[in-house]
Design a binder for this molecule. Structure first.
Ligand SMILES: [Fe+2]
Ligand SMILES: [Fe+2]
Length: 194
């Protein structure tokens, strides 16, 4: 089992510098958001630290954990992770589990769903999702509104973030995750639970 500091040191040596700095800002933001709610702050910080641990090294880690990767990607619920923008979420989950020996399901799921979100997210998952999108280095028109809301109401903040994200994806003519749409519908009262 690696300590938080050992993982931090390892990531410092393995991630591109800008990604490592982003990671540290997500850790800081996750702690800030978590302190406003009744959640385990350490778990949030650990998930934040590991959320992009495979980014930039997708091919390397995919091959390293090819058996488990192949088994997961065949499943309908993980199909979307074939998308090159989302691959690092599934592979990051595998690296956290197999390399950093993380066993905590909540931490692993927060890593897995940090970009798209999904139905029935836990508070830790929501906090990592929001911390990634609102860390101090992020700068886009609605970021301040989402930042403010994140400290008051996680669900309202996620709706704002998804709305912003969908507009961006449409402008770029990119795929919108079905999981994101389902989450938005759920938070707006359209669907309940999984
Ligand atoms: Fe990411
Ligand atoms: Fe990130």
């Amino acid at each position: 089992m690696f300590s938080f500091e050992e993982i931090k040191e390892d990531l410092k040596n393995n991630l591109k510098q800008s990604r490592y700095e982003h990671t540290l800002r997500v850790v800081k933001k996750s702690e800030e958001i978590a302190s406003h709610f009744e959640v385990d702050i350490y778990k949030c910080k650990l998930a934040a630290l590991l959320h992009d641990c495979a980014k930039g090294k997708e091919e390397y880690y995919k091959n390293k954990y090819i058996l488990e990767y192949s088994n997961l990607i065949e499943k309908k619920e993980f199909e979307e992770f074939k998308n090159p923008f989302l691959e690092h979420c599934l592979i990051g989950y595998l690296v956290a589990k197999n390399h950093y020996k993380i066993e905590d399901k909540e931490v692993l799921n927060a890593i897995l769903w940090h970009t798209t979100g999904r139905l029935a997210m836990t508070e830790i998952e929501k906090i990592i999702y929001l911390a990634d999108k609102t860390e101090d280095g992020r700068d886009y028109p609605s970021v301040d509104k989402i930042r403010e809301k994140s400290l008051i109401d996680l669900n309202d903040a996620i709706i704002l973030s998804i709305n912003n994200n969908i507009k961006y994806l449409i402008e770029k003519n990119q795929i919108i995750s079905v999981n994101t749409i389902k989450l938005r519908n759920e938070l707006l009262g359209g669907i309940s639970g999984r």
